[in-house]
Design a protein around this ligand. Structure first.
Ligand SMILES: [Zn+2]
Length: 455
């Protein structure tokens, strides 16, 4: 049986360009030596929405948020809502006490690496499905640590403690360790993605890697260990907040949103993730809207929304196998079938990519838009809208803007969640030279399995 094992450093919110600049400046000597020089460094793409939590699913299960019906850090299910507003699955926000439902909300058909490998350990990962209680190393005290980190900005202590747990875990028999280093994301939201505090968070991960490699070598485990370091999304700085809930209120809609979910007779639900992504459901119709009817009833407010400086584009359903991407210039269509996915400009080209003229398979559709402003846009829109929890409309914000103001304490100075490359591109590093081209974060799932299984 294979003795192979894997350690996953999830450096939450790390941008590939910032990482590269730091590597070139000699700031991250361990990552440079063990990953870049002896292994590999590729730019990858995360999923849509590019937001913490849902964006861990591709690594851990090989599937996208839509496959799990976990279409954001907050989601709304129109069908369940009309069965009973206070029903268990009508809506969700994993930001508060409902975080504990994340595990059971995941699709049973797609088991996580922790379910597949019983000797798995967890450090700060919110997805703990399959992890034995004694292997969930940061279970004790996590809420207090995270609460203080959030309100007192004591971020780095969390990563440093996580590193200690990681070092200790190396003494145990393990197949897989998933360790989240959250400070890059937190510092970027609180200060800026290039703030000195954020840069120090990169250095903490680098020093951790150095000590982990040293220990693996000293105990003769290094050769059989695949170390991966990757991020779940990029991040941009935010200069302006458009509070989407307030936008709809100003336009005469009663709004259902977190945390004010008790609104009487709501007309639209506004559910925001990461803060540059939102889904909307109009509550005057029980079934999901298709574009024609949606615009005949709510076209006025949606056109106003699309013209707002904060909005890059919206996506609406055309039919069961097609969506329309709409920006202020016009619209384009993404459609799919068993043969693949296609993109066609209609009155505009919101993604600024070439029409495909035929159905593309998953690899072709990846290559088609990897270098565009919207990497992996085609498959990402498909997976999202194949879930009914994407609502009637998905909203992607422009860079520099986010969609939540009133309810956000402390104020967010950085955001992610959108389909823009600055949120979608992520660094993927390994201590073995296994990658020679860009890939989806989803593809790491099979790669880890093959390694541990000795294939
Ligand atoms: Zn994140």
């Amino acid at each position: 049986m294979s003795k192979n094992k894997s350690i996953f450093y999830l450096i939450d919110g790390a941008r590939p360009d910032v990482l590269k600049t730091l590597l070139d400046a000699g700031e991250l000597p361990n990552i440079k030596k063990y990953m870049v020089d002896e292994g590999c460094f590729q730019k990858g793409t995360t999923c849509f929405p590019s937001t913490t939590g849902p964006a861990y699913l591709p690594f851990l299960t090989g599937k996208f948020p839509g496959d799990h019906d976990i279409t954001g850090i907050r989601w709304f299910d129109k069908k369940e809502y009309f069965k009973g507003r206070w029903g268990r699955n009508a809506m969700r926000s994993y930001c508060g006490y409902e975080a504990k439902y994340f595990n059971e909300d995941m699709n049973e058909a797609y088991p996580s690496l922790m379910e597949i490998y019983p000797k798995s350990f967890n450090i700060y990962n919110m997805i703990t499905k399959g992890v034995k209680e004694e292997n969930d190393l940061t279970k004790e005290g996590k809420s207090k640590l995270y609460f203080n980190a959030h309100f007192k900005h004591t971020h780095h202590i969390v990563d440093k403690l996580g590193h200690k747990h990681l070092l200790a875990a190396l003494d145990k028999e393990f197949n897989f360790i998933f360790a989240v280093f959250p400070s890059i994301d937190w510092d970027s939201h609180t200060y800026h993605y290039e703030d000195e505090k954020t840069i120090e968070a990169y250095r903490i991960a680098d020093r951790s890697l150095g000590e982990v490699v040293e220990k693996l070598k000293a105990t003769g485990q290094y050769q059989e260990t695949l170390i991966i370091m990757a991020s779940d999304h990029g991040l941009t700085s935010t200069h302006t907040h458009l509070d989407l809930g307030r936008f709809f209120k100003k336009n005469g809609y009663r709004v259902l949103e977190y945390p004010s979910i008790w609104t009487l007779f709501p007309k639209v639900s506004v559910f925001i993730s990461g803060n540059s992504f939102a889904t909307l459901s109009f509550l005057d119709k029980k079934k999901l809207y298709m574009k024609e009817e949606l615009f005949s009833k709510h076209g006025e407010v949606l056109i106003k929304l699309v013209k707002n400086d904060a909005i890059d584009f919206i996506i609406v359903r055309k039919d069961d196998k097609a969506v329309l991407v709409i920006n202020e210039d016009g619209e384009a269509e993404i459609c799919w079938s068993d043969e693949g996915i296609a993109y066609k400009s209609i009155t505009a080209n919101p993604f600024r990519i070439a029409d495909t003229y035929k159905y593309l398979d998953e690899q072709e559709s990846f290559d088609h838009c990897f270098d565009s402003d919207y990497p992996d846009a085609l498959l990402q829109c498909r997976q999202l809208f194949e879930s009914p929890r994407s609502g009637d409309v998905a909203v992607s914000a422009n860079i520099g803007y986010d969609l939540r103001d009133f309810w956000e304490i402390p104020e967010h100075k950085g955001s992610h969640g959108s389909l823009h490359k600055d949120h979608m591109h992520v660094p993927i590093l390994m201590n073995k030279p296994m990658l020679d081209k860009p890939l989806r974060t989803r593809d790491l799932f099979d790669l880890i399995r093959n390694h541990i299984d000795g294939k």
